[in-house]
Ligand binder design. Sequence first.
Ligand code: HSE
Length: 308
Amino acid sequence: MQQVTVFVPASIANLGCGFDIMGMAIESAGDIVRMEMSEGDGIEIINKTDFDIPCSVEDNVMTPSIKAMLQDRGVKAHIRVTLMGKIMPGSGIGSSAASASAAVFALNHLLGKPYDSKRLVEFAMEGEALSSGGAKHADNVAPALLGGIVLICSYHPFEYITIPFPKDFCAVVAHPHITVKTSESRAVLPEKIPLHDAIQQWANVGGLVSGFMKGDMGLVARSMRDVIVEPYRKRFIPGFDQLGERLMAEGGETFNISGSGPSVFALCKDASVGARLEVIMVEHFQQFGIKVDTFLSKGDNLGARVIF
Ligand code: HSE
């Protein structure tokens, strides 16, 4: 029997204008997963966290990724996965992506590392699709596996670039305890968009990527605006516009939905501003009677790693 334990960071997908093509890893949260591989067949999933996670093999996001990799490799083995630490499911910071990514990262390690990072992202997307109503997107799994900020340049063929998260930027994340399913928040999106919105959005993506590459927070802040998806999704988050205005007035540089929500995030230049923004986020959701968790984080530039 062989075994490995891995850590995979949480991630913020979309980054405003980059719906389904951009994401970044954050260092304050993540999944810890142990995988054991032995002779035999079948997958077993054990949950040692406090969260209620589907452990039936059919329903868990790790299963399609594990099966796809074993099948591609032509390997028959018994795989036991134990979830030791978990990002809160449904929080909007890449919980399902972290699990799927941990599964492929650990299995690749146990198989002797036959796959490169790009193939690992593709295998992880198989699992992530289970939680988003079948849509395959890499904007959580790619940063979770690779670390830093990831831009997906193309899905067919699959291609991406990574950019290190600038070391002096901080992210402040608030997770209001409301339920917003990714499949539901995708279902409200329009199939067609006006050309003037598309022009604004692709200009923003260009500015955002340049801003991150140059470490220019002003350019990041001006560009991290989503004129296409956010107008449809903000209805799921009580007082979204008011919260954004308050955060900007108190030193926040950007304010957006994290992935498909319900978490929201702001970027700022230093931790003291970040601490102030956390207080505002807590006050905001509490006035609606909504429990909220917040955290202040640097970007995680390492991605998935073996911890023992
Ligand atoms: N890009 C995805 C979305 C991220 O916004 O629906 C959520 O998994």
